[in-house]
Design a protein around this ligand. Structure first.
Ligand SMILES: Nc1nc2c(ncn2[C@@H]2O[C@H](COP(=O)(O)OP(=O)(O)OP(=O)(O)O)[C@@H](O)[C@H]2O)c(=O)[nH]1
Ligand SMILES: [Mg+2]
Length: 458
């Protein structure tokens, strides 16, 4: 069965990144797109061709002179990304030739697409749920393989499937309650109270399970903010450089070399770490350094993983021991790793302190072990495998949380023997929250903020 798509006026954009490449793709979508392209085309009659076919020909300028050889792929509505009639033109990938193809198309009266407009049309035409459209943006912006996996799961519709299941369960519950309201005069009881309670408790439990994945989802999508802290000269910048494989931070034997925090993205086994090198912690008269130390504190407070580095070639003062204890306490739930550095020149001292690992970044000792430790601790107590469904967006988390609150309110009303109309208000509010995730219920503000994250041409 074909759903009739309400096609809008055609839009066009370059869908590939700007720059020189083998080919570039220009995408045109909307009502009459194929017959429009026919006007700047030399080759067989495109309007007479079937959907999902590819054709070789030339693009001609307004003087009807051919200027590039291209392949066009045709998609008839509704079987395209947007659901609309679509033409994808693969032209040669030079910056100017691509620009000229686009300008030629625009000169036919086709409008340039704004960021995310193709995907927005796909959503409006029911080709994608809203959470899937967001997954497309996540996939494009993904900075690690795990982030790709998470976006892919969402794009496959697994979050949407769960949410739709909850909605259906709540719709069933609402129907029970509202049916009873209609027949209130007759004093019939359609809603079996136990059954209703069981249903809502089940939804409550399942929403909890989904919400529990958010912490992992956030780390996987945005990266693990990993702060390197410790006294000046502990070897923080050296370790940062060793992990990322280049001399990103300045290293000298002068204590207080790093002043400002330095953020570097580092991928390890598919997981993104946002490493933050910081100014060494000490009391200082130097205004710039003091500001740096303040920033170190702030980076520590905002981190997902803490690496405290202690130089093993220096004795441990009681003061530093206490300092570490304080940091450990302040870190709370945030995983805290205590690393001894410069193990190649380690003092022969009884440390009386458990190091998670002793390393030498200079010689390369235990660096691989440290990488594995970082990964283990970052996802510590978090269930994760590539097939896990993860809630990765705050928008989804917030909507799920609010839906759960409403379900709980309904459960409470039920327990207190409130009448059906109260229950029904809570349940309908829960439905609205869940509907906002998949886009069954939306407002323009949400749509704008979602689609503005896209690039032009997607
Ligand atoms: N022998 C040895 N020296 C190291 C090692 N790691 C770092 N160093 C040296 O220790 C000194 C300080 O290293 P940095 O990495 O600049 O220390 P930092 O913790 O960033 O210091 P600040 O930026 O001042 O806070 C440099 O001279 C490094 O070459 C190591 O594993 N072994
Ligand atoms: Mg440094």
């Amino acid at each position: 069965m074909h759903t009739e798509i309400n096609q809008q006026a055609p839009i066009a954009a370059i869908a590939t990144p700007v720059g020189e490449g083998g080919i570039a793709v220009i995408r045109v979508s909307g009502k009459g797109a194929i017959s429009k392209i026919q006007q700047c085309w030399q080759g067989k009659d495109l309007t007479a061709q079937q959907s999902h076919t590819v054709h070789f020909g030339k693009i001609i300028d307004k003087n009807r002179l051919p200027f590039d050889e291209v392949l066009v792929t045709l998609f008839h509505s509704p079987k395209s990304y947007t659901g609309e009639e679509t033409v994808e033109i693969s032209c040669h990938g030079g910056v100017l030739v691509t620009q000229k193809v686009l300008e030629t198309i625009l000169s036919l009266g086709i409008k340039p697409a704004v960021a995310g407009e193709f995907t927005q049309r796909a959503f409006l035409n029911g080709k994608l749920d809203l959470d899937q459209a967001e997954a497309v943006a996540d996939l494009i912006h993904a900075k690690s393989l795990k982030a790709v996996d998470a976006a892919h799961q969402q794009l496959e519709g697994r979050l949407g499937d769960h949410v739709k299941k909850f909605r259906q369960q709540i719709i069933d519950a609402t129907a029970m309650v509202e049916l009873e309201l209609d027949f209130i005069e007759e004093d019939v009881e359609f809603a079996n109270k136990e059954q209703l309670q069981k249903l809502l408790e089940e939804v409550d439990g399942e929403i909890s399970k989904l919400l529990e994945t958010y912490e992992t989802g956030r780390l996987v999508k945005d990266g693990v903010r990993t702060v390197l802290i410790g006294r000046p000269n502990a070897g923080k910048s050296t370790l940062l450089n060793t992990l990322v494989g280049n001399d990103r931070a300045i290293v000298t034997d002068i204590a207080g070399t790093t002043r400002d925090t330095i953020d570097v993205d580092w991928n390890y086994e598919g997981l993104l770490f946002k490493l933050i090198d910081t100014a060494g912690l000490r009391d200082t008269e130097d205004v710039v350094e003091a500001e740096g130390v303040k920033r170190s504190q702030k980076a520590f407070e905002q981190s997902d993983l803490v690496i405290y580095l202690k130089d093993l070639s220096h004795s441990f003062s009681n003061e530093e021991r206490n300092e570490i204890g304080d940091f450990q306490k302040k870190a709370g739930e945030t995983p805290f790793i205590l690393i001894g550095t410069k193990a190649d020149i380690e003092l022969n001292e009884e440390w009386r302190t458990e190091f998670d690992l002793k390393i030498s970044a200079a010689v390369g000792n235990n660096v691989e072990a440290l990488k594995r430790l970082l990964k283990d601790r970052a996802l510590e107590n978090k269930h994760y495998d590539a097939s896990s469904l993860l809630v990765t967006s705050t928008r989804h988390r917030d909507a799920l949380t609010k839906a759960q609150e409403q379900v709980r309110a309904a459960l409470q009303s039920l327990a207190q023997g409130m009448t059906g109309d109260f229950l029904s208000i809570d349940l309908r509010a829960a439905l609205n929250e869940l509907g906002a995730i998949t886009g069954e219920i939306t407002n323009e503000h949400i749509l704008d903020s979602i689609f503005s994250r896209f690039c032009i041409g997607k």
